[in-house]
Write a protein that binds this ligand. Structure first.
Ligand SMILES: C[S@@+](CC[C@H](N)C(=O)[O-])C[C@H]1O[C@@H](n2cnc3c(N)ncnc32)[C@H](O)[C@@H]1O
Length: 250
């Protein structure tokens, strides 16, 4: 199977799994706190996320932080709780924007967290600048001709990593001097040099803050990964790692 078809299959399985999941809660617990989860917003419980390693991001040194694709807004809230004065969460999905507002309110940081509907940086206002920009992006490079603009395709797929390129390239222009971009990203199924190639192409120095060896598929996603493609050492697609990456403009 071609790598892109494999990534499409994984994404379709995760979407199907989401829609047939009758156990998804309205409120979930993570990092010792409770969080609201609205329908049609990526549930962080489906995959270990960058928020688990938020302590590696120097929020206390930042006065402004932007979370792209904020989803439930956990990272935005954590940034505000860690002392960042101005946090902006952006998402193409209006439900994610409402969800981020709810969680900011729930954790008492609504005065510091703003959320806007935005296609990548389209809702950033002229002159707004940030000390840190973060994204847990759509991981899967599915073929462009089968990807549409539905919320779940936007959440899962990034054909040829066009969104990721834009996030990095345009993000550079929005960073204050000394600012950094951060990514929570898989070593893409079967493409171990992807991120270093993209960092080179878009003009960043790459620093791996943490690398998680995924010897097991997260339990919540187990149905999404076809057993004959994932799980054996001999299988090229089995090499799945997750990273929190720091990217410093060159
Ligand atoms: C994998 S989810 C991560 C959600 C959340 N940050 C988290 O870690 O739980 C990717 C998020 O990116 C958002 N997204 C996808 N394409 C986008 C775009 N062009 N502009 C803004 N947000 C986008 C999706 O709506 C989704 O909320």
């Amino acid at each position: 199977m071609e790598a892109q078809d494999f990534e499409l299959l994984i994404g379709q399985n995760i979407i199907q799994r989401y829609h047939s999941d009758s156990t998804r809660p309205d409120v979930f617990e993570l990092l010792g706190r409770e969080w609201d989860l609205l329908d049609d917003v990526w549930p962080p419980a489906y995959s270990p996320g960058g928020e688990l390693y938020a302590h590696l991001i120097p929020f206390h040194e930042m006065s402004a932080f932007l979370e792209m694709g904020c989803g439930t807004g956990i990272m935005s809230v954590l940034a505000a709780l860690a002392g960042t004065e101005r946090v902006l969460g952006l998402d193409i999905n209006p439900a994610a924007v409402r969800n981020t507002e709810l969680n900011a309110k729930r954790h008492g940081v609504a005065d510091r967290v703003t959320a806007r509907v935005s296609d990548l940086y389209s809702a950033v206002e002229p002159g707004e600048r940030f000390d840190g920009i973060y994204w847990n992006p759509p991981f899967l490079n599915a073929p462009a001709d089968v990807v549409d603009s539905s919320i779940w395709h936007e959440t899962m797929f990034d054909p040829a990593y066009a969104k990721m390129r834009h996030f990095l390239r345009a993000g550079r222009e929005l960073l204050n001097p000394g600012g950094r971009a951060y990514l929570w990203f898989g070593e893409a199924l079967g493409n171990p040099t992807l991120i270093s190639d993209l960092a080179d192409e878009t003009g960043y120095e790459l620093h791996v803050l943490t690398k998680i060896e995924m010897s097991e598929i997260p339990e919540a996603l187990v149905d999404a990964f076809p057993g004959d493609l994932v799980g054996g050492d001999e299988n090229e697609y089995a090499a799945w790692h997750l990273h929190l990456l720091e990217l410093k403009p060159r």
